[in-house]
Design a protein around this ligand. Structure first.
Ligand SMILES: NC(=O)c1ccc[n+]([C@@H]2O[C@H](COP(=O)([O-])OP(=O)(O)OC[C@H]3O[C@@H](n4cnc5c(N)ncnc54)[C@H](OP(=O)(O)O)[C@@H]3O)[C@@H](O)[C@H]2O)c1
Length: 302
C-alpha cells in the first residue's frame, strides 16, 4: 500500500507516522494491512497543498492508494486575523487534494473540526446536525469540507476537537508551561468540548481508511469538559501546583478583544464511527493519563 500524508510535521501527522512506523497506537496495534506500507510524509515546503499544480503532480506520480490530509492552518485566532490565508490552506488546499485524488481514483481522508458548529445548545453534536461556524477558522474548515465532498466522493471527512500530541503546540503543553512558572492561570469555563489525543485519532483514521464507508465522521475522545476542567486535569496529571481560576468567554474576550469567537457547546458524538468500525475512543481522562505516561519516552523520540 502506498500512502501520502500531507501536513505530516504537525500533531496528527507525527502521530500517524509514529503509529505506521511502530505498527502500534496507544489504544492498540494498527491493522496488519499497513505493515509494508510505503508512506511518503510531506509538509511545507516539500508539498504546499495550496499549490494546485504541485499537488496534481505529487498525487499523479506517487501512484498512491490513500491520501491523508493533516495540513491545515490551525491557529484559530491567527485565522481570524488572516481569513484569506485560512481559506487558502483550509479550503482551497483541501480542494486541490480532493480534485487530484478524484482524478487518480484515490480515497482522501480530510480532517476537520468541531468549530464548524455554532455551539449554541447543550448536548453532543451528531454528524448530520446543522453547521454554522462562528469563526474564520470554522468557516474555512467548513468550506474545505464542502469542496472535498463535492470533488471526491471517496472521502472520509473526520471532525475532531481540542487535539493534543507529543509534537507541536497544544493546550496541554501551554498549560504545563504556564503551570511551571505561575501560581495561577485563568481559563475559560463556559466552552465545553472533547479533549482528544492525536494518537487515538490516528488509530481510528487508519482503521476507517481501510473501509469503503465514505462520509463525514466525528472522532473525539469520550466525555465532555470545559477548558478550565481540562486545565485542572493537566495540572494534576503533570504534578503542578497551579490554581486554575475560571472565567467566562465574555471576560476572556474583554481581555483579548482580537480573539476569535468559539462555540459554547461543541462536544461531538462519534455516531458514524460507532456504526462503521466501532468506536474505540477512550475517555478523555484515560487518554490524558496515557499522554503523561508516554510523554518522557515520546519526547526522547523527537
Ligand atoms: N489542533 C486542534 O486542536 C484541532 C482541533 C480540531 C481539528 N483540528 C484539525 O486536525 C487536523 C490536524 O491538526 P493538527 O493539530 O495536527 O495541526 P498542526 O499541528 O497545526 O499541523 C498542521 C501542519 O500542516 C502544515 N501546513 C500548514 N499549511 C500548509 C500548506 N499550505 N501545505 C502543507 N502543509 C501545511 C503545518 O505547517 P506549519 O506549522 O509550518 O504551518 C503543520 O505542520 C487539521 O485539519 C485541523 O484543522 C485540529
Amino acid at each position: 500500500m502506498r500512502i501520502l500524508v500531507t501536513g505530516a510535521s504537525g500533531q496528527l501527522g507525527c502521530e500517524l507516522r509514529h503509529c505506521l512506523e511502530t505498527m502500534q497506537a496507544e489504544i492498540g496495534p494498527i491493522p496488519e494491512e499497513y505493515r509494508d506500507a510505503a508512506v511518503v510524509y510531506t509538509d511545507t515546503p516539500d508539498l504546499d497543498i495550496t499549490n494546485g499544480d504541485a499537488v496534481d503532480e505529487a498525487v499523479r506520480l506517487g501512484r498512491y492508494d490513500l491520501v491523508i490530509n493533516c495540513a491545515a492552518m490551525t491557529n484559530v485566532d491567527g485565522c481570524e486575523a488572516n481569513e484569506s490565508m485560512a481559506r487558502l490552506v483550509n479550503a482551497i488546499g483541501a480542494w486541490n487534494l480532493a480534485r487530484a485524488t478524484k482524478e487518480n481514483g484515490i480515497p482522501l481522508v480530510h480532517v476537520s473540526t468541531d468549530y464548524v458548529f455554532p455551539g449554541n445548545e447543550p448536548g453532543e453534536r451528531a454528524e448530520s446536525d446543522p453547521v454554522s461556524p462562528l469563526s474564520a477558522y470554522g468557516r474555512s474548515k467548513l468550506e474545505g469540507e464542502k469542496l472535498v465532498a463535492n470533488a471526491n466522493n471517496r472521502h472520509f471527512i473526520v471532525r475532531t476537537a481540542w487535539l493534543y500530541g507529543y509534537v507541536g503546540k497544544n493546550f496541554v503543553k501551554t498549560m504545563m508551561r504556564l503551570g511551571e512558572s505561575h501560581d495561577e492561570v485563568t481559563v475559560v469555563d463556559d466552552q465545553l468540548g472533547n479533549p482528544t489525543s492525536a494518537n487515538d485519532l490516528a488509530y481510528e483514521i487508519l482503521k476507517l481508511a481501510l473501509t469503503h464507508d465514505y462520509g463525514v465522521y466525528h472522532c473525539t475522545n469520550e466525555g465532555t469538559c470545559s477548558w478550565a476542567d481540562f486545565a485542572e486535569a493537566i495540572m494534576v496529571g503533570a504534578g503542578l501546583d497551579c490554581k486554575v481560576v475560571r472565567c467566562t468567554s465574555e471576560e476572556y474576550k474583554q481581555a483579548h478583544p482580537e480573539s476569535a469567537d468559539r462555540p459554547h457547546f461543541s462536544s461531538l458524538k462519534n455516531q458514524h464511527l460507532e456504526q462503521a468500525i466501532g468506536n474505540e475512543m477512550r475517555s478523555w481522562q484515560d487518554a490524558l493519563q496515557s499522554y503523561f505516561d508516554q510523554r518522557e519516552e515520546r519526547n526522547s523520540d523527537v
